[in-house]
Design a protein around this ligand. Structure first.
Ligand SMILES: [Zn+2]
Length: 213
């Protein structure tokens, strides 16, 4: 080894001691790349892959930049998913509680106004018959056409109004049952679609947490 070679060798040693440049394998094409210690990011001169210098646990390696971003992204996703799970579980309970509350709410149905008016009319008719009977008896009329007519009017009014009232009740119950069945079906359908959406989100969140955890 002559003087010039010795100098070059010394320079090389001095160089490498000073910079501690490392030969790292490109994460893209596998080429050996000289990496200076102060370099955090580089682009491979052969394959143009952008990479990050990862120094961890005394090991230095190159990692594709999109991988690094993806890892951070996945870490963020995992944290978000972990936070989302209890919220979504709470939402599931809330949806069901809401559904029960809505179903328990009394339903309003339109009045059967015509029939109700007919019942009231029959009550008035029965009162007219009743007071006519009283008036006739006060005048000592205890037999004959008039008192029989008043009696028939009173009886017809009582029967008509009582029957009409029962019929009205039955009809209104039917109206209410029908309206409630329809309303409850709508409530249940809306709740079911909410539950489906939340369960899908929950499954996705659990998959993210499970896959990384
Ligand atoms: Zn490369």
């Amino acid at each position: 080894m002559d003087e010039a070679q010795m100098t070059r060798a010394r320079e090389r040693i001095g160089d490498s001691n000073h910079h501690r440049a490392m030969a790292l394998r490109c994460a893209g094409c596998g080429a050996n790349l000289e990496v200076e210690p102060d370099v955090d990011h580089l682009t491979c001169g052969y394959c143009r892959t952008q990479q990050e210098v990862v120094r961890r646990g005394g090991v230095v390696r190159l990692q594709k930049l999109e991988d690094a971003i993806a890892l951070v992204q996945r870490g963020t996703d995992k944290t978000a998913a972990e936070l989302a799970i209890p919220r979504l579980e709470r939402e599931l309970l809330e949806v069901d509680a809401d559904r029960k509350r809505q179903i328990a709410t009394p339903i309003r149905v339109p009045d059967r106004t015509k029939l109700a008016n007919a019942v009231i009319t029959m009550m008035i008719v029965s009162s007219v018959g009743f007071f006519s009977m009283i008036a006739l008896m006060n005048k000592d009329v205890t037999s004959g056409f008039l008192i029989h007519f008043a009696w028939v009017v009173w009886l017809a009014g009582v029967v008509g109004s009582a029957g009409g009232w029962v019929f009205l009740r039955v009809l209104r119950r039917g109206d209410r049952d029908k309206a409630k069945a329809q309303r409850d079906a709508e409530i249940n359908e809306a709740a079911a679609s909410e539950v489906r959406r939340i369960r899908e989100a929950l499954a996705a969140a659990r998959a993210v947490v499970g896959a990384r955890g």
